[in-house]
Design a protein. Structure first.
Length: 401
């Protein structure tokens, strides 16, 4: 039985595990499966490759290997940074974040509000950018931490983390950034930027799911989120996921090696997608600023259709895309990111994200541009929603929350 080819355009949700990464993992699933915390040689044998992987991840973001803590995923890393900042400063119960963060941040902040924390959720501009004057104004003497993502997972919009870090330092406030979408797309230098915490997730850069990283600036006091044994220098309890850690190290190495050549190639493919869609499909808009975005991410809104119907028909054609974060798939509400940007609901409900990766080719883009216009035409003809108005969409500013 021949399976139809899958065109995968959802690399911000997850990435294919690279063959080189699989190869690096296999010995630690088959032969060297000991517990690195054990007292005997068979366990100790895996500690050296574990620490080698830590060094590779440290090189990816230009930090000391001792500043790297391995976690189970990006969500845990995000939660751990915010948890520590509030747990170690009982007099500081105020958190500043943005309305377009990943649910790992927003839902954890909602949880902390139930325990007495205050949360300021900053609005964004219609292009998805952040007004830094609003951020600076939001900081208070009791602000424990600012958490602002480096790049948005839905629109690809990049935030000025270096400037945000400088503002936080000037006010004596900790700064955390969710950088999960960034590796392999932008260079990361935590020493230059100067943040206190940074989160990464392996499955966004061709490592497997189930392994994450939290960078903790050296000298910073830290309250573990998962309390157990002495692993990770006492900062994260639980037996180390050795195969996953080795995989992350190899993936980090590949990301550094390939970024220079991959980034312009992916950027050219993205430009073709956007020019092709916006030029051939009436009443379609790009969500997010034109230039200050990740090179691989396009979020396109189509008036008069529902995104879920578009995705279903794309799937039938063998194309994988998404309407936003995989963590919110199935929600009937428009994306909270697009809502915060003030995108008109008739466009927000019909917005689809295309996110490119190392495995994508020119043929993939050509096929998408061949198939998509017909899908939109068909859905607009069948949709009970009012037909497109052919008016230029009016964008309203989101209210501050």
């Amino acid at each position: 039985m021949n399976e139809k080819k899958t065109i995968y355009l959802d690399n911000n949700a997850t990435t294919q595990v690279a063959p080189e990464v699989v190869e690096a993992m296999v010995p630690f699933l088959s032969h060297y499966w000991g517990n690195p915390s054990s007292a005997y040689e068979f366990g100790h044998r895996v500690m050296k490759p574990l620490e080698s992987a830590r060094r590779r991840v440290a090189e990816l973001i230009n930090c000391d290997p001792r500043e790297i803590v391995f976690t189970s995923c990006g969500t845990e890393s995000n939660n751990a940074a915010i948890h520590s900042s509030t747990a170690l400063s009982p007099g500081k119960r105020h958190i500043v974040t943005t309305a377009v963060e990943h649910s790992a941040i927003l839902n954890f902040c909602k949880f902390l509000k139930q325990g007495g924390c205050e949360v300021t959720c900053l609005p964004v501009e219609p292009d998805g950018s952040l007004d830094l004057h609003l951020l600076e104004k939001a900081l208070r003497p009791d602000t424990a931490i600012v958490s602002v993502m480096w790049a948005n997972n839905e629109t690809g919009v990049i935030f000025p983390v270096e400037e945000i870090s400088a503002i936080c330092r000037s006010k004596g406030v900790l700064f955390h950034t969710d950088a999960i979408q960034v590796p392999g797309k932008l260079p990361i230098d935590v020493r230059e930027v100067g943040m206190d915490f940074l989160s990464l997730s392996g499955h966004k850069l061709h490592a497997p799911k189930g392994i994450g990283v939290l960078y903790i600036k050296r000298g910073l006091k830290f309250q573990p989120y998962i309390i157990g044994g002495h692993q990770e220098r006492g900062r994260r309890g639980g037996t180390e996921n050795v195969a996953g850690i080795v995989a992350f190290g190899r993936a980090a190495e590949l990301a550094m090696e390939r970024m220079r050549e991959e980034r312009p190639r992916i950027l050219a493919l993205r430009a073709q997608i956007e020019e092709g869609i916006l030029g051939s499909i009436p009443d379609s808009i790009r969500n997010g600023g034109r230039d200050t975005r990740l090179s691989n991410t396009s979020n396109i809104g189509f008036e008069g259709v529902e995104a879920e119907a578009v995705l279903m028909m794309l799937d039938q054609a063998g194309i994988c895309a998404s309407s936003g974060s995989a963590c919110t798939t199935g929600s009937l509400e428009p994306s909270h990111v697009l809502t915060a940007m003030g995108i008109r609901p008739s466009y927000a409900r019909g917005s689809v994200r295309f996110s490119l990766g190392a495995c994508n080719t020119q043929e993939d883009v050509d096929y998408l541009l061949e198939v998509l216009p017909g899908i939109i035409r068909r859905l607009r003809g069948e949709s009970p929603i009012a037909p497109p108005s052919h008016e230029t969409p009016q964008v309203e500013f989101a209210e501050e929350s």
